[in-house]
Design a binder for this molecule. Structure first.
Ligand SMILES: Cc1ncc(COP(=O)(O)O)c(C=O)c1O
Length: 436
């Protein structure tokens, strides 16, 4: 076991001191040319027997991530404690910095998590809220948001209210940005403390206009006391790694996303990003091992200091699969090397090609808006006469990896990404046509 003193030395981030000890194992391994989409496809080991349109589920590690994980794994296996002591602070901070750079925020606003689910749970559970206040969401959000709010309500007595966002349930085709924004803002009451939304809905592929909602909330908050401010929380996982925006562009207070979907980061990694206002309104849920004054106070047998929150304190402690956490950096670097704008443009262009192809098939109804401003990489649709589950199985038999939305009204989902080529979109459309 570790003594209190050695634990503290281990956990408290001292990047400057530790940087000197950092070994040179993390040599870059970025492919020489990523200008060509075939070259991007080739950094993934995904089999060529299938068309993989499953980016919204779990990443296949791209080569730089795979290689970094393997280097760290080997070093940890060879001399676990020494390697951890020499690398934990600096490599963990390098991943936090990479996430911060990607979203244009200061690293102190970034918490490292294991998944979207963990981030959403930590954010909403940590919110200071009175029992006379309420948590607002929409009927179309995912289980992770609904369940986090339900649990928060049980713990605090604060109410949860859910509004219908779509004109036609489970169909986002006809939505307009104005109608979405006004439905959310019109639902705000003096009791509303949190609006919990999902950036890109995993059922219909609808992308919510987060910025105008944030702007509307800023106007509402201008007349409120700080403890009555409405905070905007966003499950951002299906926009993160696709859309070319910064945290400030989005304008929300809390953005939670797994890094193991569209970012193609290490499986079991994620981030949560908080505005200054959100950090003031939140308390950590899980003891942090990183740069936490509560930890230092405990070691020195003092009372934990009151207040003072940051991304490191919001980062759940405990030993991690460090080879995965540290290789987050390579995933962010790969996106930067490809170019954030190119990633967005490519994903939208393939999704548009797919939507247009599907819309031309009789008996197919595309549920995702055709408008690129109201969609991202998820393409949802139904085929007359087929349940979503049966259609997905039949598509798999034809070599197309689709998935079913785990919602009360399930749809078929295809999710083109930077891993796909135009020819694969045609193959997917042909396979759907064969079923219809
Ligand atoms: C909207 C949404 N949020 C969260 C999740 C879960 O993500 P994670 O595995 O990163 O917790 C999913 C699906 O996997 C999802 O569709």
């Amino acid at each position: 076991m570790f003594s209190r003193r050695s634990l503290l030395q281990f956990m408290v981030a001292l990047p400057a001191a530790l940087a000197a000890k950092t070994t040179s194992l993390a040599q870059e391994s970025v492919p020489s040319s990523l200008n060509d989409w075939q070259a991007v496809r080739d950094v993934f080991d995904l089999s060529h027997e299938r068309v993989h349109m499953s980016a919204m589920l779990l990443s296949s590690h791209p080569r730089p991530v795979r290689e970094a994980i393997e280097r760290y794994r080997q070093a940890l296996d060879e001399d676990t404690v020494a390697y951890l002591e020499a690398n934990m602070g600096e490599r963990t901070e390098a991943s936090r910095r990479a996430a911060a750079d990607y979203l244009g925020v200061h690293p102190s606003h970034v918490a490292l998590t294991d998944s979207t689910t963990m981030g959403v749970g930590l954010a909403y559970n940590g919110l200071r809220i009175r029992s006379d206040q309420e948590l607002l969401t929409t009927d179309e959000d995912y289980f992770v948001t609904h369940e986090s709010l339900r649990l928060k309500s049980l713990a605090t007595g604060a109410g949860v209210r859910s509004i219908a966002l779509l004109e036609r349930a489970a169909d986002a085709r006809a939505e307009s940005a104005e109608s979405i924004v006004s439905k959310v803002l019109d639902a705000i009451t003096p009791q509303t403390r949190l609006v919990a939304l999902t950036w890109v809905h995993s059922s219909t592929g609808l992308r919510i206009p987060i910025r105008p909602i944030a702007d509307g909330l800023a106007e509402i908050n201008a007349d409120r006391e700080p403890d009555d401010h409405v905070l905007l929380g966003v499950d951002g996982v299906h926009g993160f790694g696709v859309e070319n925006v910064s945290f400030a562009d989005l304008g929300c207070d809390m953005l939670m996303a797994g890094c193991h979907k569209w970012l193609f980061g290490p499986r079991g990694t994620g981030i949560a990003v908080f505005s200054s206002k959100a950090l003031d309104a939140l308390r950590p849920t899980v003891p942090s091992f990183t740069d936490d004054p509560a930890f230092s106070a405990w070691v020195q047998d003092r009372n934990a200091p009151a207040g003072g929150n940051n991304g490191a304190r919001m980062t759940p402690g405990g030993f991690k699969a460090f080879e995965h956490r540290w290789a987050m950096k390579e995933a962010f670097e790969l996106h930067a090397d490809i170019g954030k704008a190119r990633v967005e443009e490519r994903t939208h262009s393939l999704a548009s090609q797919l939507k247009e192809g599907l819309a031309n098939i009789d008996r197919v109804t595309v549920r995702t808006p055709m408008d690129p401003d109201l969609s991202a990489g998820i393409v949802s649709f139904d085929i007359d006469g087929w349940s979503a589950g049966e259609a997905v199985s039949a598509l798999r038999d034809r070599g197309i990896v689709a998935s079913v939305a785990p919602y009360a009204v399930p749809h078929i989902r295809l999710t083109p990404s930077i891993r796909n080529l135009e020819g694969e979109i045609e193959q997917a459309v042909d396979a759907v046509r064969a079923l219809a």
